[in-house]
Write a protein that binds this ligand. Structure first.
Ligand SMILES: NC(=O)c1ccc[n+]([C@@H]2O[C@H](COP(=O)([O-])OP(=O)(O)OC[C@H]3O[C@@H](n4cnc5c(N)ncnc54)[C@H](O)[C@@H]3O)[C@@H](O)[C@H]2O)c1
Ligand SMILES: O=C(O)C(=O)C[C@@H](O)[C@H](O)[C@H](O)COP(=O)(O)O
Length: 577
C-alpha cells in the first residue's frame, strides 16, 4: 500500500524558535528529508529573502511563500519548516487545517524573547526585524501567537531545552499515530493538555488590581479561578433571553461549592435603570451578600454595565466577573470597568469605574447571537480599528460579507477565525488604553470615538436603536466634523461610510432632530461647562480632541449625516425587536 505523500510534521513558530535545527534532527531521526519553505522561496525567486523584500515588497514575498507552502504540503513527505509569518496567510491556514484534519502534525515551537534572542542573532537577514529587532520580535510574536496556537496540533515550550530534547518530545508526543488532538508539552516533557480547541488567549489589563480577559471556547472551568478562593456566595445576573445559560452557570457554581443565586433582568437597555439596580440590591441584601462575595454577569453590554454598577455600589464595592455573551460586550463593555445606568436625561449618566476581577469571553456563546446584534458589536470593533489598529479595518474590509451574514453555529471556520482575531485585537487595544488611564483623565477618551453623537441618538430614539448602530452614525458624524475642521482627508471619511455600509450599519440619521441631539450632547461626559468636546481623527489611528467647535461646523456635520434617507440601510432592523 502506498502512503499518500504528505509531511511527517510541519514546524511553525517565530524566528529563533529552532525550526531548522529541530527540523533537521527530527528528519534524521525519522530517516526522511528536511525541507524549509524559506529556502524554496529563495530558489524560485533566485535571490535571498532580504532582496525579495527590498526589490519586490512583502506582498510579493508572501505570494511566493503561499505557493511554496502549498507545493510542499502536496509533495514533501519529510519534515517541513515554514517561515515565521507563513501561517498568517488565510489560504495557507486552510491548507494546514486540511492537513491537520487528516492526522497531520503541526508543531508550534514556542519560545520567549530571551531564549530566541541568542538563537536569532538579529542580523540583517531578517527583514521584518530591522530597526529595533527585540521590540519587533516581541510585537510580531504578540500578533502571531494566537495564530500559531490556533493552527498547531502540538505546542512545545522550548525555553531552556536543547534542540535534541525538543525533537525527542515531538517524536514522543505526536508522531506515533496519536489522534489529532492538540497537546501542549512543557520543558519536562509532560503533556499538559489534550483537547481539540486551542488554549485560550489571555490579555492582562494592568492597573491597581490587574485582571485577565480570557478569550476562547468552553471556558466555564475558568470561572472559579477568576472569582478567587475567598468568595462564598455568587449572584449570577442575566437577562431573560439567557435564562438557560444563566441557570447552567449558577448550577455549575453550586456544584463547585458556592452558594449560588441567580437574578433575571429585563432585556437590553431596559435593565439599565435605577429601579432594576435597586431590585438587585434587594436580592443581595436578602441573601446576606458580604464584601467577600461576588457577582457574575452573563449577557451583553447592558448586563455587564448594570451588574458592574450593582457590584460597584453594594457595600461600596464587591467583586464582579463578567461573562460577556455579545460581541459588543466582549470587545468593549466587559473590559475596562466603566459601569452605568441611564437616567431620563441621558445615557450612562450615573455610574462608576469598577474594574472586574476577570472577564471570560467564551466565543461559543456567539453561536446564538442574532446577526444584527453581531453587526452592532462590529461597530465598536470598527471604532477600535479607526482609533488604534488599522489591521482591524483591513480584516473587516476583507471579510465584511461573511460577518454581515453571521450564521452563528454554522459560520465557517474561517469566519470564526476572523472573529476571534477581531476580538483579540479589540481587547488588546482596550486593555492597553484602560490599563494606562482607568478613570478617563485623557487617553481613555479615544474609546468614546463616535459616542457623543451616538449616545444622543440613543436618547432621542428612546433606546430603540442598538448602541452599535447609533455609534456607527456617530462615527460618520465626527469623521465629517473632522473633515470640515480641516483635519481629516475625504478618503478616510469615505472609508468610514464604506466599511460601516458594507456591514449593514446605518451611516445616516434623520435631519429634524438637531436641537434635541445638541441638548443631549451637552450632557456628554467629555463636556466641560459649556464646552463641547469631541474625539476626532487626524488620520487612521491618530485620534485627537476637538474642543468647542464652531456651532456652524457642528450643524454642517449634522447636515452631512442627514443627507441620506433617515431609516438606516436596507435590511437593518434599526428598531429593536
Ligand atoms: N461599559 C462600557 O465600556 C461599554 C462599552 C460599550 C458599550 N456599552 C454598553 O453596552 C450596551 C450595548 O451592549 P450590547 O450590544 O451587548 O447590548 P445588549 O446587552 O442589550 O444585548 C443585545 C441583545 O442580545 C441579547 N443577547 C445577549 N447575548 C446573547 C447571546 N449569546 N445569544 C443571543 N442573544 C443574546 C440580549 O438579550 C439583547 O437582546 C449599551 O448599553 C452600551 O451603552 C458599555
Ligand atoms: O470604555 C470607554 O471608555 C468607552 O468610552 C467605551 C464606549 O464604547 C462605551 O460605550 C462607554 O460605555 C461609553 O462611556 P460614556 O462615558 O460615554 O458613558
Amino acid at each position: 500500500m502506498t502512503r499518500p505523500r504528505r509531511p511527517v510534521a510541519v514546524l511553525i513558530g517565530p524566528p529563533g524558535s529552532g525550526k531548522t535545527t529541530v527540523g533537521r534532527i527530527l528528519a534524521d531521526a525519522f530517516d526522511v528529508a528536511f525541507r524549509d519553505t524559506d529556502e524554496d522561496v529563495e530558489q524560485v525567486a533566485g535571490k535571498p529573502i532580504t532582496e525579495i523584500f527590498v526589490d519586490d515588497g512583502e506582498p510579493a514575498f508572501r505570494a511566493l511563500e503561499r505557493a511554496a507552502v502549498a507545493t510542499a504540503l502536496r509533495e514533501h513527505d519529510g519534515v517541513l519548516a515554514l517561515g515565521g509569518g507563513a501561517v498568517l496567510d488565510e489560504v495557507t491556514q486552510t491548507a494546514l487545517a486540511q492537513y491537520a484534519s487528516t492526522g497531520g502534525a503541526i508543531v508550534f515551537l514556542d519560545v520567549s524573547l530571551s531564549h530566541a534572542a541568542p538563537r536569532v542573532g538579529f542580523n540583517q537577514s531578517r527583514p521584518l526585524l530591522l530597526g529595533n529587532p527585540r521590540a519587533r520580535w516581541a510585537s510580531l510574536m504578540e500578533a502571531r501567537r494566537p495564530v500559531y496556537e490556533r493552527v498547531a496540533t502540538l505546542q512545545v515550550l522550548t525555553d531552556g531545552l536543547e534542540p535534541q530534547a525538543v525533537a525527542q518530545q515531538i517524536g514522543q508526543h505526536r508522531l506515533r499515530g496519536q489522534p489529532a488532538d492538540r497537546t501542549v508539552v512543557d520543558r519536562q516533557g509532560a503533556a499538559h493538555m489534550t483537547s481539540t480547541p486551542p488554549a485560550p488567549t489571555r490579555v492582562t489589563v494592568r492597573g491597581a488590581a490587574p485582571y485577565d480577559v480570557v478569550i476562547g471556547r468552553n471556558l466555564l472551568g475558568e470561572l472559579p479561578g477568576l472569582l478567587g478562593d475567598k468568595v462564598r456566595r455568587v449572584l449570577v445576573m442575566h437577562p431573560a433571553s439567557l435564562a438557560a445559560t444563566g441557570e447552567a452557570i449558577r448550577a455549575d457554581l453550586g456544584e463547585q461549592g458556592y452558594e449560588a443565586f441567580a437574578v433575571e433582568l429585563p432585556d437590553a437597555e431596559e435593565q439599565k435603570t435605577a429601579q432594576v439596580a435597586a431590585f438587585c440590591w434587594g436580592v443581595l441584601g436578602q441573601a446576606d451578600f458580604t464584601r467577600s462575595d461576588a457577582i457574575v454577569s452573563v449577557g451583553g453590554g447592558a448586563t455587564t454595565d448594570l451588574a458592574g454598577f450593582v457590584a460597584a455600589t453594594w457595600l461600596r464595592g464587591i467583586k464582579v466577573v463578567h461573562v460577556p455573551t455579545t460581541l459588543l460586550a466582549m470587545v468593549d463593555a466587559a473590559v475596562g470597568g466603566k459601569t452605568g445606568i441611564n437616567t431620563a436625561e441621558g445615557k450612562n449618566l450615573v455610574g462608576s469605574f469598577h474594574p472586574p476581577a476577570g472577564v471570560l469571553c467564551d466565543l461559543a456563546t456567539l453561536e446564538s447571537l442574532d446577526r444584527w446584534d453581531l453587526v452592532a458589536g462590529l461597530a465598536e470593533v470598527v471604532k477600535t480599528g479607526f482609533i488604534a489598529d488599522p489591521r482591524i479595518l483591513e480584516l473587516v474590509e476583507e471579510h465584511h460579507a461573511a460577518l454581515r451574514e453571521w450564521k452563528g453555529a454554522d459560520a465557517t471556520p474561517q469566519t470564526w477565525a476572523v472573529l476571534a482575531e477581531l476580538v483579540e485585537r479589540s481587547v488588546a487595544v482596550k486593555a492597553r488604553v484602560v490599563g494606562e488611564d482607568l478613570t478617563e483623565q485623557g487617553l481613555r477618551e479615544i474609546l468614546n470615538y463616535g459616542h457623543t453623537f451616538g449616545h444622543a441618538i440613543e436618547l432621542v430614539e428612546r433606546y430603540q436603536w442598538r448602541h452599535g448602530a447609533a455609534v456607527a452614525v456617530g462615527m460618520v458624524f465626527v469623521a465629517e466634523l473632522a473633515r470640515l475642521a480641516g483635519k481629516l482627508d475625504d478618503d478616510v471619511v469615505a472609508r468610514h461610510r464604506a466599511i460601516l455600509d458594507s456591514l449593514g450599519l446605518p451611516t445616516s440619521y434623520r435631519g429634524d432632530r438637531w436641537e434635541q441631539l445638541l441638548a443631549a450632547m451637552r450632557r456628554d461626559k467629555k463636556s466641560r461647562g459649556d464646552l463641547l468636546r469631541f474625539v476626532v481623527l487626524d488620520d487612521v489611528a491618530k485620534p485627537v480632541r476637538l474642543e468647542g467647535p464652531d456651532p456652524t461646523l457642528l450643524a454642517a456635520a449634522y447636515a452631512e449625516v442627514s443627507k441620506e434617507p433617515a431609516t438606516g440601510n436596507p435590511g437593518v432592523p434599526v428598531q429593536l425587536g
